[in-house]
Design a protein around this ligand. Structure first.
Ligand code: MG
Length: 128
């Protein structure tokens, strides 16, 4: 796991997430400020892991998740949101998200999420 794409319209949130990641992992980071920019960057970068906000202008996270998973059914996407509604969680999980990470992220919660992503990627690799 090397490349990480962070899609969030809040520059502050992107910074917080990156800071949490940098405490434990040595990744290369690319950022996008909305779903459309995120999807475009996903297509060119093909990141190992994507963190995706839900509420964003231009294209929201629900639509971006659909586009990303349509483009790459193996895409590993972690939704980062403050929305704790069960419907929202069910919706994004059904749309192929790996998991939902609660805002604000912490070094611990981000580390657990990345571990899960690494495990899933290892299983996908082993089944190829
Ligand atoms: Mg947002």
């Amino acid at each position: 796991m090397k490349t990480v794409l962070i899609i969030d319209d809040s520059m502050f949130m992107r910074m917080v997430l990156k800071k949490c990641l940098k405490d434990g992992f040595d990744f290369e980071y690319t950022e996008a400020k909305d779903g459309l920019e995120g999807f475009e960057k996903f297509k060119t970068l093909r990141p190992d892991l994507t963190f995706l906000d839900l509420t964003m202008p231009v294209m929201d996270g629900f639509e971006a998740l659909d586009e990303i998973r349509k483009f790459d059914p193996d895409a590993v996407v972690i939704i980062v949101t403050a929305d704790i509604q069960e419907q929202v969680q069910t919706l994004v999980m059904n749309a192929g998200a790996l998991m939902v990470l609660q805002k604000p992220p912490t070094t611990e919660s981000v580390a657990l999420a990345v571990q899960k992503a690494i495990e899933v990627k290892n299983v996908m690799e082993a089944n190829k």
